[in-house]
Design a protein around this ligand. Sequence first.
Ligand code: PGA
Length: 235
Amino acid sequence: MKVEILKTAADVAARGAFLFEEAVKEHPALVAALPTGRTPVLMYRLLAQKKRAGLFSLGRASVFNLDEVLSPPDEAHTFFQFMTKHVWEPLGVPLMGRHIPQGDTKDPEAECARYEAEIAAAGGLDLAILGIGADGHIAYNLPRQVKARTHVVTLDAATIATLGPRVEARLRAITMGVETINSARSLLLLATGSSKADALRRMSHESPTDEWPCTYFKDHKDLTVIADRAAAAHL
Ligand code: PGA
């Protein structure tokens, strides 16, 4: 894995935006997996500024969420809402290009299979932009809930707490699996803040283990990790 260490979280956002923009310039019909969470918000905001200035657009791209919670999509904590606000609308993704597991599905297992088929039908992922949890999760491949392909997970209390107040105590989600993500031609992982330092250290130094899902990605042939100094402190 290639690691770029930058001074601040703002530098990480700017570098991520630049690399995403370059990928779209090279290949406007890019098929990308995109993350939610706090980390990518500033990157998306920088790209939205470029979009407003007519310098960037995802108008021909297809974007696939890495994951989605199993809640009706009109609920505030869903990634459907996050993507509408931070990506689909501000970056100009047409309806046809928006892909996300259906959070109100009656049959989550069938929805996982449908989502895998949708990625394959798009020709596979060109790029996956990733965050990392303090516990080493990538997408919602949580510790001891890792699978190769898109699957259902049960969120733990700490993960549910990151979704905001008033989210039910028992919540499941659908996530791309490790091989789904690793089949992308390029991976770009953004990590900021000292809470990510231990996970990044384990990713870089430990053998693949279900305890630290991030360890399954380090051997990808085109992985770039962009970290601020705080997140890279133990590398
Ligand atoms: P965060 O989430 O960006 O809000 O820290 C990271 C993740 O869960 O992948």
